[in-house]
Write a protein of this length. Structure first.
Length: 567
């Protein structure tokens, strides 16, 4: 058990830096299982001790691996871990040498074992008069010292905690913003699968194996959450694969059930069933179907013809990057000066020799919350890049200016068209840093309470641009839906001065940072004009609406901030 704990802990430590939800699914069920067994009323003292130490092993595994790979150079992280390890070994050796002296003390003989017995959660406490052996002392001293050293490095000398804070923000924002649903019954299908499997786990808990059912329910919930938020083929198929697998595991562990030997047969037959269902289930979003057959064939082809698959992948990559190469005059204009790319076309970095200095969240659409937007703003404002490669696009019907509003407004005020490369190249505009910002300090703002489906006029004064700090508040039911299900997207209907209308999706968790509402380009040409100092695409009014208004409080707090634009 302890080897599994430290191994899964190390894997979770690496996954926490790459795919945070996978880290949760890796270590969460193990820790939950150990905690349930630890507090089990009928647990024996040796088993409680093993569970307690296994939890400690898992924590040590997470901290060790995450500390190593959180450093830009993993060798530096490994050096820190070795310092902790050697220091803990030295302190443990001192404990070994000090054992004869400590063994004569009644406090050492009675109080320390009694404290350990209390930690093992015994109902009745009686002083223990057994010997506390030398190896046990040095081991505990080593454990405590090594864990303390790791915690000191992580919380004081490492950037791991801010990184994990960012990972939590991305995970939380993803469930609120990356909603992609279709009205073809897939939501009902996903909910039905989850409810049926959850009911099975509850029944399993009643039968007496709740210590296994509850940890597996955590994995099911994470898979369900991803599937119901982003209803694409990959997420739906993953739930269809994971759910019967968890049931098969539970069947194999159910006491007094003869069919548990057939859990593998159950899993295989369930996969065949979902395979047949998915083959004929259309996805109206793109007209495709869930095609596990094609995925299985691709996997077999890669396995059997690995070298050919590798060469095909390299050829496809080279062909794609060849299309991303910038002209020589653009590369000459940029030189070795610092550059960043907005919003997310990072393939330009792989195809061209650029001195790329990325923002913390280098894909604009993923800056879901004010925290993430603020981090990008701090990065760009404290260390301004000399050039920006900008393209006007976003995802999920969002307006490109809404993805990271505070960062974008800094970009708008401090960058302009490069005179050396005045035209767009490969759908990309080269912006250079201005000698001084064109945006003055905001004028006196206006606080408003705006209702859903109610137009809000925008002041029509061309030398001014208006930002709106918008605070959407969830109702109590909306908060529950955000945690256990999903929220409803908020859209903004924009009425332009020329009489046209457009509708854009709002990133509600970062709109409080102030989105531009007075001028919203509808295409790349209007966006280019805006960076040339021409205030085009002027907005007359805007209003918010959503499909499920009961998930939000009625009044929306809006603060309008006008800025005077200079030449």
């Amino acid at each position: 058990m302890r080897f599994w704990a430290i191994g899964l802990g190390g894997l979770a430590g690496f996954l926490s830096l790459t795919k945070f939800t996978l880290a949760v699914c890796t270590i969460g069920p193990l820790v939950l299982l150990l905690l349930l067994n630890f507090f089990k009323p009928t647990g024996s003292e040796p088993r409680n001790k093993t569970n307690f130490l296994a939890i400690t092993d898992a924590i040590i595994g997470i901290l060790t691996i995450s500390l190593i790979f959180s450093e830009p150079n993993p060798l530096h992280g490994l050096a820190k871990v070795l310092v902790c390890f050697l220091g803990a070994g030295l302190v443990g050796y001192i404990g070994w040498l000090s054992y004869p002296l400590l063994a004569r003390s009644n406090w050492f003989k009675i109080q320390i074992p009694s404290l350990i017995q209390k930690l093992m959660i015994k109902k009745e406490f009686k002083p223990i008069k057994a010997k506390f052996n030398r190896l046990g002392l040095s081991s505990y001293v080593f454990y405590i010292t090594y864990l303390t050293g790791l915690l000191v490095y992580v919380f004081i000398f490492s950037s791991l905690i801010p990184f994990l804070r960012g990972a939590l923000e991305i995970s939380s924002g993803y469930s609120s913003i990356m909603i992609s649903s279709t009205n073809n019954g897939l939501t009902e299908l996903i909910i039905s699968i989850f409810v049926l499997i959850a009911a099975y786990f509850i029944l399993l808990a009643v039968l007496g194996n709740s210590y296994l059912a509850l940890p597996l329910l955590l994995v099911l919930f994470v898979s369900f959450k991803h599937s119901v938020v982003r209803q694409d083929a990959g997420h739906i198929w993953s739930l269809a694969v994971i759910a019967p697998f968890l049931v098969a595991v539970c069947i194999a562990r159910v006491p007094r059930v003869r069919l548990k030997k057939f859990s593998c047969l159950f899993y295989g037959s369930t996969l065949v069933f979902f395979y047949l269902i998915s083959t004929f289930t259309p996805l109206p979003a793109n007209g495709n179907t869930l095609e596990p057959k094609a995925a299985i064939q691709n996997l077999l082809n890669i396995t059997v013809h690995l070298n050919r698959a590798k060469s095909d992948l390299q050829a496809a990559s080279m062909n794609y990057l060849a299309q991303e190469r910038l002209p020589a005059e653009v590369l000459e204009a940029i030189g070795n000066q610092s550059i960043d790319i907005f919003p997310d076309r990072t393939s330009l970095v792989a195809a061209n020799p650029l001195n790329w200095q990325p923002r913390p969240v280098f894909q604009s659409y993923a800056a879901y919350t004010t925290f993430l937007d603020n981090k990008n703003f701090e990065s760009l404002s404290q260390k301004p890049r000399d050039f920006i490669l900008y393209s006007f696009h976003s995802i999920d019907s969002r307006h490109p200016f809404f993805d990271e509003p505070k960062t974008f407004f800094y970009l708008f005020c401090n960058y302009q068209f490069s005179s050396k490369i005045p035209n767009q190249i490969q759908e990309v505009t080269l912006l250079k840093r201005r000698s001084h910002p064109i945006c003055a300090l905001p004028l006196e703002g206006q606080n408003l309470l705006v209702q859903m489906n109610t137009p809000q006029p925008v002041e029509l004064n061309n030398p001014l641009v208006n930002r709106a700090e918008i605070k959407f508040k969830y109702s109590w039911f909306g908060r529950l839906c955000k945690i256990f299900f999903r929220t409803a997207s908020i859209r903004m209907q924009v009425n332009y001065v020329d009489g046209t209308q457009s509708t854009y999706r709002v990133v509600q968790d970062n709109a409080q940072n102030g989105i531009l509402v007075s001028h919203l380009p509808r295409n790349k040409e209007e966006a280019s004009s805006l960076f040339q100092g021409k205030l085009t695409a002027q907005v007359k009014s805007f209003q918010f609406f959503t499909d499920n208004p009961w998930l939000y409080r009625g009044a929306i707090e809006v603060r309008l901030l006008p800025y005077r634009i200079s030449d």
